[in-house]
Structure formats: structure tokens, C-alpha cells
Design a protein around this ligand. Structure first.
Ligand SMILES: Nc1ncnc2c1ncn2[C@@H]1O[C@H](COP(=O)(O)OP(=O)(O)O)[C@@H](O)[C@H]1O
Ligand SMILES: [Mg+2]
Length: 506
């Protein structure tokens, strides 16, 4: 063996090509996966991610290219061939069989299946062990799979993969059907697998997930790997967005034109405190300025936003909009001062998902659409449709139920609410969480548009690169205190991280 600083690859893919008739799904994909790593495959819809993993799991045959397993060329011509190598796959389209029990889904066609007769006691026993391992002991082996939520069906699919002796687990967009807590559970399982030396190929288009659990990334665009097996820690968000969308890195974030010194201060926060959450937070934002807050999760960022907007009652300090002080804890005052908050948990706090889009878009503007004791719904719908067209939210169908929109489009509806209402101050908490990459760039543009119209904007994001790209100035926060404040042109991601780490160690 030659001396090598890198561990040997478990899986190597070289120059993979696959067409479906005239559709060229893969046009040259290269990557390598090491034991025990989380290798993320990123790419926009249609980039070829699912096709790639289907060629690795034996569901598709590549037209050209090589697959090497522990250094040896292999042909994976059937799902069983993949399993025999030690490759298990959780498909994007959940492939559980409704009408069968959890144990049957896991062990039919498996070694416990003796010619169609399942060794039930053993299967149930092993199913219980798998459910424990996956953090779902409440799922009984005899439960019928059709009665489970998509998230729990996914657990069954994962259990089936783990019932084999595997070296590589492939997960195709597993988080698409999961809520935050379920994603945490999934990541815990992924961590355990990698500790046992099992490699995971994790497919997603959510950058925040990749930054949380990924070791290396391969980015696909139009069927090609435009970046192959690069380290997550060396790759800034804007570079990933640029790779995925094909935009220049410089154009991922719209240019900040700069704020004239004589632009009026719109939002002034002085010595604001909220019990043990944060204290001594002071900031001022001029018309047209975007200020970002960077800091670790739990450093009090969301609480600051909520306190400024009156959703929480400050224990000290003041908030003023255009010189008028707001009463602490008064949402009414904040709304009257034309301050809008787009909260982090859009789904639970911001949007009423089962209502039509127009209801959400006009929620802050009841007075404008009131007609006596009723609402002028036609006017609400017209105003909403106009904004939807402006935000390139197609089809501009205001009657559609909000739940049916993608995360990015739900965020646009949130922003439309403040465009319709008119807003002096906009507080954006994690504006791109769960948003597809393409839609992210549109949301960045929209935020800059709102600023150009004179709105003072405060934005919180756990992606430092996003804060730096979007904002004119950044406040660095640790342990509920502002550590420093700098124009974004004078600090980079490492500078912010250094401050955060020093601050939270102090
Ligand atoms: N079975 C198929 N028949 C025809 N075209 C397909 C098939 N599977 C995928 N494609 C096409 O290949 C491209 C890549 O698709 P896919 O691998 O599903 O992308 P992703 O998972 O990244 O969204 C798309 O243009 C898709 O329409
Ligand atoms: Mg896919």
C-alpha cells in the first residue's frame, strides 16, 4: 500500500453517464465516499441526484462509467447485488408496503423469511430492537404500516436498511417529510451510524442540514458533478449556492448600494434586556440599511427580535421607531409603528397554513380591507395577486391553500404581507431556513428591494456567510451580549467565528 494521508475510499464513482431516451440524466458524475463519513450530494431539482443513487442501489444501470467498491470494479445490476455489497438505500419515494405490518415490511424477503413464512417471534424481537435504536420504541412490530405518518414510514424504511449488514447507507432527501424534531432524531441516527464506521450518502437541497452533518460534498448540476468530494468546512455557503445555481459567487447576494450618512435612523434600540436571555443590546438602523445578527444558536437572537417586536416584554431598555418609543410588550405599538416580524418558525408562528394565501398576505392590513364589519375579500385577493406576480410566485392564485406552497414560496408570502402593509422596520428571523437554493437567491433580492424602498431591516441567520452577504453591518452576539459591530466589508466568516467563540468561552 502506498503511503496515503487519506483513508481508502469505500466507494468510487468515475464518469457516470445515464440517459433515459433523449433525457440525459447523468452526464459525467465523479465522487468518492470514505468509511464513516457523511457525504452530501447537493443539487437543485432535476440535477440528477436520485438517478445517481439509483445506479448505486441497483435500480438503474449506468450507460458508461465505473463504480469501484473497496477499490474493485463492480457491477450493481440488481438491488440484491447492492445489499450484498453492503449498500442500503432509503428512496425519496417511500417504498413501504401498506397493508403489511412493520415487522413484515422489514423482514419479508429477508433471512427470516423461510419461503414466504416469516419467523414472527424473531422478526418481532429484532424489529423492537431496531425501533429502539432508531429512537421510536413506541412503534409496535405488528402495527400496520399504512396507518403510520410519512415520518414514521421513513423510520420503517430506515429499519429495513439497518436490518442488513451494511457499510453504506444512502438517504434520498429524507428530511423532506420531517419536522424539526424528527430531523434532529434522524441526525442522531446518522451520527451513530458513522461512529460505527458506516458511510452515509445524504441527499438534500437544504444547505443548513449539510452544514450541520456533512463531512464532504459533491454538487451536481445538470447531471454533472461541478464539485466532487470537497470538504464542507472549506466551502462557504455562497460558493455552494454558486455551484448549485451556476451563478457567479459575486451575484449570489445582490450588491449593497451603501447607506448615505444622512439617511434617517428608523429603528433605535437602547440597552434592551430580557431577563436572563440577553442584556445591553443597542443598535440603530437607518432607512435602507440591512443589519445582521450573527451568533450561535441559543445566543438569544430570536428573543431579541421578538422583544423588539413586542411579542416579549423587555425588562429594561427602549425601542423607538422614527423617534417614537414603543411600550414594552406591546405588539399593537409595534404594528402601529409599521414594524413587521417574520419569525423563524413560519409554520407555527407566522402563517396560518390551512387558510388561503390571500388571508396570510393581508393579515397585517385588516383595517385597509375592512368593509364595515366584514372584509372586502375581492380587494384582498387582488392585492395579493398583484404581489404574487411581483414576487414571481406562479401561478398567482391567491385562493390556493398556503400549506401547499414550498418553503421558499411560503417565505415570499410572509414578505408579501409586509409589502402590502407597508413597513418601516422589518425583522427577519432565519429568512431562508428550509428554502430551496434557487428561491433563496430570489429572497435575497427581495430583501434588498425592500431596503431600497427605505425599510430598515434586521436579519438573523445561523449561516454567517448569509448574514455577511446580505447585511451592510453585522452585530456579533454571544451569551446574550453584543460583542462587536462591524461593517460587513471589514469582517469575514472566520473573523465572526473567532469573535463568537471567544465570546462564548469568556
Ligand atoms: N425514469 C426516468 N425517465 C426519464 N427521465 C428521467 C427518469 N428519471 C429521471 N429522469 C430525468 O433525469 C433528470 C434528473 O432527475 P433526478 O435524478 O430525479 O433529479 P433530482 O433527484 O436531482 O431532482 C431530470 O431531468 C429527470 O426528468
Ligand atoms: Mg430526487
Amino acid at each position: 500500500m502506498i503511503k496515503d494521508d487519506h483513508p481508502v475510499s469505500l466507494l468510487e464513482v468515475r464518469g457516470l453517464i445515464k440517459s433515459f431516451g433523449s433525457a440525459r440524466a447523468l452526464q459525467g458524475v465523479t465522487l468518492d465516499v470514505r468509511p464513516g463519513e457523511v457525504h452530501c450530494v447537493l443539487g437543485q431539482n432535476g440535477a440528477g441526484k436520485s438517478t445517481l443513487i439509483k445506479t448505486l442501489s441497483g435500480a438503474h444501470q449506468p450507460d458508461e462509467g465505473d463504480i469501484l467498491w473497496n477499490g474493485d470494479k463492480v457491477t450493481i445490476d440488481h438491488p440484491i447485488a447492492a445489499l450484498e455489497l453492503g449498500i442500503a438505500t432509503m428512496y425519496q419515494e417511500l417504498d413501504v408496503v401498506e397493508g403489511l405490518s412493520i415487522a413484515e415490511n422489514i423482514f419479508l424477503g429477508h433471512e427470516l423469511d423461510k419461503g414466504g413464512v416469516l419467523q414472527r417471534r424473531e422478526a418481532n424481537k429484532r424489529t423492537r430492537a431496531l425501533m429502539d435504536r432508531l429512537g421510536h420504541p413506541q412503534l409496535s412490530p405488528t402495527r400496520e404500516v399504512g396507518t403510520l405518518s410519512p415520518a414514521n414510514q421513513q423510520i420503517v424504511s430506515m429499519a429495513r436498511a439497518l436490518s442488513h449488514d451494511i457499510k453504506l447507507m444512502i438517504m434520498d432527501e429524507p428530511s423532506a417529510v420531517l419536522d424539526t424534531e424528527e430531523v434532529d432524531n434522524l441526525f442522531r441516527v446518522v451520527e451513530e451510524l458513522t461512529k460505527e464506521g458506516i458511510a452515509v450518502i445524504y441527499i438534500s437541497h437544504r444547505l443548513e442540514e449539510i452544514e450541520r452533518i456533512g463531512d464532504r460534498i459533491t454538487v451536481l448540476k445538470d447531471g454533472k458533478s461541478v464539485a466532487s468530494s470537497i470538504a464542507v468546512s472549506d466551502t462557504p455557503t455562497r460558493e455552494l449556492i454558486s455551484l448549485m445555481t451556476g451563478r457567479d459567487v459575486e451575484n449570489v447576494f445582490p450588491p449593497a448600494p451603501g447607506v448615505p450618512d444622512d439617511a434617517p435612523v428608523v429603528l433605535e434600540v437602547k440597552d434592551l434586556a430580557l431577563g436572563s436571555h440577553f442584556s445591553d443590546v443597542s443598535l440603530s438602523i437607518r432607512a435602507g440599511e440591512v443589519v445582521g445578527i450573527a451568533g450561535l444558536v441559543g445566543s438569544g437572537r430570536s428573543e431579541i427580535m421578538e422583544t423588539i417586536a413586542g411579542h416579549r416584554k423587555a425588562t429594561a431598555g427602549t425601542v423607538s421607531v422614527k423617534g417614537t418609543k414603543l411600550r414594552p410588550g406591546s405588539v399593537r405599538d409595534a404594528v402601529d409603528a409599521e414594524m413587521g416580524l417574520a419569525p423563524e418558525e413560519r409554520k407555527s408562528q407566522g402563517l396560518i397554513l390551512d387558510e388561503p394565501i390571500y388571508r396570510n398576505a393581508t393579515l397585517a392590513s385588516f383595517a385597509r380591507f375592512a368593509r364595515g364589519p366584514l372584509l372586502n375579500e375581492a380587494a384582498e385577493r387582488d392585492a395579493t395577486a398583484e404581489q404574487m406576480r411581483a414576487l414571481e410566485l406562479r401561478p398567482a392564485e391567491p385562493n390556493r391553500i398556503t400549506r401547499t406552497l414550498s418553503g421558499g414560496n411560503q417565505q415570499k408570502i410572509m414578505l408579501a404581507r409586509w409589502l402590502i402593509h407597508g413597513t418601516e422596520v422589518l425583522l427577519l428571523d432565519e429568512p431562508t431556513r428550509g428554502v430551496d437554493v434557487g428561491a433563496r437567491v430570489e429572497i435575497y433580492t427581495l430583501i434588498r428591494k425592500l431596503a431600497a424602498a427605505g425599510t430598515a431591516i434586521l436579519v438573523v441567520s445561523s449561516e454567517i456567510d448569509e448574514v455577511l452577504g446580505l447585511a451592510d453591518r453585522v452585530l456579533v452576539l454571544a451569551d446574550g451580549r453584543v460583542l462587536d459591530e462591524k461593517p460587513t466589508s471589514e469582517i469575514d466568516e472566520h473573523g465572526v467565528l473567532d469573535l463568537v467563540m471567544k465570546g462564548s468561552a469568556a
